[in-house]
Design a protein around this ligand. Structure first.
Ligand SMILES: Nc1ncnc2c1ncn2[C@@H]1O[C@H](COP(=O)(O)OP(=O)(O)OP(=O)(O)O)[C@@H](O)[C@H]1O
Ligand SMILES: Nc1nc2c(ncn2[C@@H]2O[C@H](COP(=O)(O)O)[C@@H](O)[C@H]2O)c(=O)[nH]1
Length: 205
């Protein structure tokens, strides 16, 4: 049986560039981990596709998944719910794949208490004005919603202290390289490598 895959959790305030960095990461040819598509009650943005960007559901459907115990974590973010469907994560990890999640901080902390051996990475912006500029530049939210997200960001950023790693997203390619370095070295941690290694070591007979 293959070793259970690890969980890699990327968080950071809205607009910092999590999606941009994740897409650049997954475009690299040597990436062998799986992306967990989140579920949300938010309406799709132009161009977003159900089952690719998110699983878009109603509030009732979302609550039903919670009742059935099918969410690894979930959180209310501004006016909508977001969460990680558990069956996909379990299946991939059981098959030995590492699974990559892109989620906000409250959900990440729920996972931290359930899966302390996960790898928790906080992506952070060069400054609040730069963050606001990115959200305005993305052009997907109204100004009042951007203001709410920025206010939330100011409370989220100090929560980086609860993560294993902080990566500054000043340049996308640099952030991608840093995340790849983190994942490569996490795979070599003694507690991940030793059980398999010892099992295969055998004796001298
Ligand atoms: N390093 C960067 N420098 C300048 N702009 C960036 C950088 N990274 C991302 N951006 C831009 O910032 C905007 C927000 O990026 P993105 O949508 O990836 O953020 P996000 O953290 O995934 O947001 P959300 O949490 O709301 O989904 C996009 O327009 C993107 O092109
Ligand atoms: N706790 C979770 N947060 C999630 C999940 N999927 C996305 N997110 C975060 O929500 C906000 C807003 O996202 P947006 O797409 O409306 O801009 C952002 O911080 C996302 O990272 C999830 O499954 N769980």
């Amino acid at each position: 049986m293959s070793k259970r895959g690890m969980l890699i959790v990327l968080s950071g305030p809205s607009g910092v560039g999590k999606g941009t960095v994740r897409k650049a990461l997954f475009n690299k040819s040597n990436v062998d981990f799986k992306y967990s598509i989140s579920m949300t009650t938010r309406k799709p943005r132009p161009g977003e596709k159900n089952g690719k960007d998110y699983f878009f559901v109603t509030k009732d459907q979302f609550k039903q998944h919670i009742r059935k115990g099918e969410m690894l974590e979930y959180a209310q973010y501004v006016d909508n719910y977001y969460g990680t469907p558990l069956p996909y994560v379990n299946k991939m990890r059981d098959e030995g794949h590492d699974v990559f999640l892109e989620i906000e901080v409250n959900g990440a902390m729920q996972i931290r208490s359930k899966c302390p051996d996960g790898v928790f990475i906080f992506l952070t912006p060069p400054s609040i004005p730069a963050l606001k500029k990115r959200l305005i530049g993305r052009g997907t939210e109204s100004m009042p919603v951007i203001d709410k997200r920025i206010e939330k960001a100011k409370r989220e950023i100090p929560m980086m202290r609860n993560y294993d790693y902080v990566v500054l997203n000043d340049k996308v390619s640099k952030a991608v390289e840093k995340i790849m370095t983190i994942i490569r070295s996490e795979r070599l941690r003694v507690n991940r490598v030793m059980p398999d290694y010892l099992a295969k070591l055998g004796d001298d007979k």
